[in-house]
Design a protein around this ligand. Structure first.
Ligand SMILES: Nc1nc(=O)c2c([nH]1)NC[C@@H]1CN(c3ccc(C(=O)N[C@@H](CCC(=O)O)C(=O)O)cc3)C=[N+]21
Length: 296
């Protein structure tokens, strides 16, 4: 193996500490702590695990964590009414509605109802638009975490060829926008892309966000490239249990890449750390407390 392993878990721990260190100054001025409210509908066990770890991380950073657990039988009107109540609550700086929602609920209407200035997930179309035109708003946590890892590793990204594999609204598209804002030459590849391996081999920065376990192989990677694996796929481990793998075939990719994020321990932990960062930023903005540029 030749690639350096990018320690997302360690970077995320440091980011959470930096967020926590900025909470007391907010509290001293605003007279309250930053608050994140998570809404979860239904009993999906994986979602329950994520929501619990978000709650713990929020409290560990010195912020107020509130969780609304709603039953599977919740109606669209009930859910929209809760979101409107949270929009109006001055103690709530961030609202996160855990996705996916049960099938009878309309996700896009729920997201559209969240106040864009409390949308710490960055999923509202207003925030997607702000990102596209370079205005201040909220950027989705996973792609912002990826940019932080890339800049930590490479410094200035300008002029680099970046290939994003995947075009989802929550990762691929915002990732491409962020890389473009950093002056990369950006290609967005997807399931219909012709000769995907050849396109990937042009990348100095390769971001894999397709949701197909171990699809991207070592011989698709330019020697020395930086590989960011956003995939989190639970697969059979061949011993009657399961394991987590990314969208990149780690063993072969690590022979070729200059640096690579592991799964687990790479991008995943960054997502929660950036959520706390966005909540802190929201709190400072909403109370007009100054947070120096580049402070976090
Ligand atoms: N409104 C909304 N916002 C989200 O940000 C959101 C969501 N809904 N729904 C579910 C996905 C998934 N997600 C993850 C967060 C952390 C890890 C994470 O920390 N993963 C660990 C491993 C965790 C494990 O062992 O299962 C790692 O990669 O090392 C993974 C996945 C946020 N999501």
């Amino acid at each position: 193996m030749t690639a350096a392993i990018i320690d997302g878990k360690g970077f995320a721990a440091t980011l959470r500490e930096r967020v926590a260190a900025l909470v007391p100054a907010f509290e001293a001025t605003a007279g309250r702590k930053p608050g994140l409210t998570v809404v979860i509908v239904g009993e999906d066990p994986a979602s329950q695990v994520y929501v619990r770890s978000k709650g713990k991380a929020t409290e560990a950073a010195g912020m107020v964590s509130t969780t609304h657990r709603l039953p599977d039988t919740t109606t669209q009107d009930d859910l929209l009414a809760l979101v409107r109540q949270l929009n109006a609550d001055p103690a709530v700086d961030g609202i996160l509605v855990q996705l996916p929602l049960p099938k009878h609920l309309d996700e896009s209407e729920v997201i559209a109802t969240i106040d864009p200035d409390k949308d710490v997930d960055g999923f509202h179309v207003v925030n997607a638009g702000r990102l596209a035109v370079g205005q201040e708003g909220f950027v989705p946590c996973t792609p912002l975490g990826c940019i932080m890892l890339l800049e930590d590793r490479l410094g200035d990204l300008s002029g680099l060829n970046a290939v994003v594999v995947g075009r989802s609204n929550i990762v691929g598209k915002p990732m491409a926008q962020l890389l473009l804002a950093k002056s990369c030459t950006v290609t967005v590849a997807h399931s219909r892309t012709k000769d995907l391996p050849e396109v990937c081999r042009r990348a100095d920065i390769l971001v894999a966000a397709v949701g197909r376990p171990e699809m991207i192989k070592g011989n698709w990677i330019k020697p020395g490239a930086t590989v960011i694996d956003v995939g989190i796929n639970r697969v059979d481990n061949g011993e009657g249990g399961t394991k987590l793998v990314g969208d990149v075939d780690f063993a072969s990719a690590a022979e070729v890449a200059g640096a690579i994020t592991p799964v687990p321990g790479g991008v995943g932990p960054m997502t929660i750390a950036v959520l706390l960062r966005n909540t802190l930023v929201s709190a400072y903005r909403r109370e007009n407390v100054a947070l120096g540029k580049g402070a976090i």
